[in-house]
Design a binder for this molecule. Sequence first.
Ligand code: URP
Ligand code: ZN
Ligand code: ZN
Ligand code: ZN
Length: 466
Amino acid sequence: MTRTVIRGGLVVTASDEIHADVLIEDGRIAALAASGTSAAEAWTGDRVIDATGKYVIPGGVDAHTHMELPFGGTFASDTFETGTRAAAWGGTTTIVDFAVQSVGASLREGLDTWHAKAEGNCAIDYAFHMIISDVNESTLKEMPKLIEHGISSFKLFMAYPGVFYSDDGQILRAMQVAADTGGLIMMHAENGIAIDVLVEQALARGETDPRHHGEVRKVLLEAEATHRAIQLARVAGSPLYVVHVSAEEAVAELAAARDKGLPVFGETCPQYLFLSTDNLAEPDFEGAKYVCSTPLRPKEHQAALWRGLRTDDLQVVSTDHCPFCFSGQKELGRGDFSKIPNGLPGVENRMDLLHQAVVDGHITRRRWIEIACATPARMFGLYPKKGTIAPGADADVVIYDPHATQTMSAETHHMNVDYSAYEGKTVTGRVETVLSRGEIVIEQREYKGRAGHGAFTPRSTCQYLN
Ligand code: URP
Ligand code: ZN
Ligand code: ZN
Ligand code: ZN
């Protein structure tokens, strides 16, 4: 039995901040005791970590990543190995990635493919949601079986006709199954049919630059799809989780639904909180680095996202980490913005950017942990194993230095992508040491982890529904 004691830090969870020592036994949190008390001082460990002046926080739970995703004629550039290593560097110890059903194949085949990509390669624990590309009689029947195997959430797309798109009838049917079986529908809420018309018209006018990606994917078409998804979920009697919310008007739809008491949840991402259409408009095709969907919005939307995070109209910040190199991948869309692979890197940056939001006064320290660790764990059936520091929880722990500063850069990051979306941004706060189930992954900013330590983690159903 290995024992680790973390001494003298400020333990921050979603609910508490206490100066406590943490005892870890056999990969789990065994006990907490106020620092300096005889109970805490009596603890001995094979390893003692001095956390004086540091925060001791639960490892981050990033509930939206796309390692190795096939998209836009290429693959997201982080593998499960490189992406989970980078996640650990950034203080994230669990990812929930998206397995993809290909049209014509079963959900099970898609899931098996993603298991094969991840197994033996991850530095930290991982779980899967399922993207349903083809809602039909047989895939609907498979949904409850997946829930039994720990895949309790299903992403549907109102965008990307001809790729992942589901029509309203398909969405309603999947929501009905979710309502009956405890599944959670995750929605990419953009009116993709209307957007495709605007894409075609923009290209015909010669509007081919990356900034036009933001112009055709209109705020109104995100808000409309968000509203429609909420109404369909009401008809089906199912809960709904809207992913990558970027527009103020979409937050308003979520807030209105929640004010009615509906089980409707919203996620936003660091890129919508810290970047804007100004980035998409960067010259010399640099804007392509910021092409993702939903798109970046004018800066004015950010205040509504921060407010939503404070008022709990938005509950989760995930990254939607889906990196494509500028060279050779983003460049596929030179001369036609619609061919730029969609997605931004960020799995390594999320915890730090959200700590900067604490420093800037947007959210409190406990809310940081709530939106980045505890709520994503609860939302997707991983709590209290993940997302908190409490007896019995997995010892996924980060020693965080709240005073160190760092400058984000592709020169120093660990993600397998040739640019940083936050190049040159200096933030206060930095990960120092990371444990995953009691094992050291990062020690004083040195990587000590290994591919294959990370384990598939089956999930229960959403823990906000009962
Ligand atoms: O642009 C994005 N978000 N790429 C990843 C796929 C998705 O829609 O989440
Ligand atoms: Zn999406
Ligand atoms: Zn409200
Ligand atoms: Zn995504």
